[in-house]
Design a protein around this ligand. Structure first.
Ligand code: GLU
Length: 304
């Protein structure tokens, strides 16, 4: 498969979408990013890398970090994790409060904000220095030591994140946060603020594309069944309340973030990351969705 040619054709085909959608600005620091950047990188399990456009520019991975948090939380808690959250698609916005209230403080899944805030609480409980360990894990996964938090973005989110604070308070009221709320939110915002390029993200997602190889990165270890099941959760819950649409158009497990990134996996074959900051009304990258739809259509490679 000539992925290099395919990716560059696909990027050209997204040209008519230029200017469509808006970048996230509810986190003020994200509004400062040039919205008209686009990059794609695909890494195969055989170790080949194909990149086009702004694939080496780092961006705010935001909710894509929830996949890394889930790997750590599952490694630490195993199936006990599911006592504190579900694994069902939410069908509501990523920062919705009403479902959490109706369901008495048990988040629908790990990839909505409520679920990720509970995972942040779990990591704060287990780890002496969660910020250090989380970053070390992401650096190991991607094989890149210079990946870092963006403290300006983290602070910008923490100082304006009233909805996430409301979610954390509701969780605490229902006994599903065990640590100090401020500490948990601070760590949650740091996780979201990590900056990575498409090439680094594709590399970091590769271990999730192969549940047959041992998953062991420092202290984070997952069984092949856990890796396989993480793919199932990405498939059903990875795209806000557009998970059905993504599954329909693209047919790969993955996760998006409001920074405009999407990382996806073709099991046993490759991991791919796309970035373009302009989002559709559901919070997914306009160009990112189209790129992945074209990729699986033109290569005829999808899990279905
Ligand atoms: N830090 C963002 C928030 O909590 C993440 C949202 C996202 O990327 O979906 O609002």
């Amino acid at each position: 498969m000539n992925y290099q040619q395919i990716l560059s054709d696909i990027l050209n085909q997204t040209e008519p979408l230029a200017g469509e959608g808006c970048q996230a600005d509810y986190i003020p620091a994200l509004a400062e990013v040039n919205p008209d950047q686009r990059g794609i990188c695909l890494h195969t399990l055989e170790g080949k890398q194909y990149a086009v456009g702004d694939a080496d520019v780092r961006f705010s991975i935001q909710s894509i970090s929830k996949v890394f948090a889930l790997a750590m939380a599952l490694s630490l808690e195993g199936d006990d994790l599911w006592r504190r959250m579900g694994k069902e698609p939410s069908g509501t916005a990523f920062n919705s409060l009403f479902q959490l209230e109706m369901e008495r403080g048990v988040p629908r899944n790990p990839f909505i904000n409520a679920g990720a805030i509970v995972m942040a609480d779990i990591l704060v409980t287990h780890l002496l220095d969660p910020e250090h360990d989380f970053l070390a894990f992401v650096r190991q996964l991607s094989g890149c030591d210079t990946i870092d938090y963006n403290r300006t973005v983290a602070f910008s989110e923490r100082s304006t994140g009233y909805l996430n604070a409301a979610i954390a308070n509701l969780l605490k009221y229902h006994g599903n946060i065990h640590n100090d709320i401020e500490r948990v939110l601070q760590f949650y915002c740091m996780m979201c603020s990590i900056e990575m390029s498409c090439c680094e993200l594709a590399q970091a997602f590769l271990p999730f594309a192969d549940h047959r190889r041992p998953f062991k990165f420092g202290k984070v270890q997952l069984t092949s069944s856990q890796v396989k099941r993480m793919n199932a959760i990405m498939q059903t819950c990875g795209f806000y309340d557009e998970a059905g649409e993504f599954s329909y158009l693209v047919g790969l497990p993955g996760k998006s973030g409001v920074g405009g990134g999407i990382a996806a996996i073709y099991p046993q074959r490759y991991a791919v990351a796309v970035w373009s900051p302009r989002l559709n009304p559901k919070g997914n990258s306009v160009v990112g969705m189209k790129v992945l739809e074209l990729l699986t259509t033109e290569t005829k490679e999808s899990i279905f």
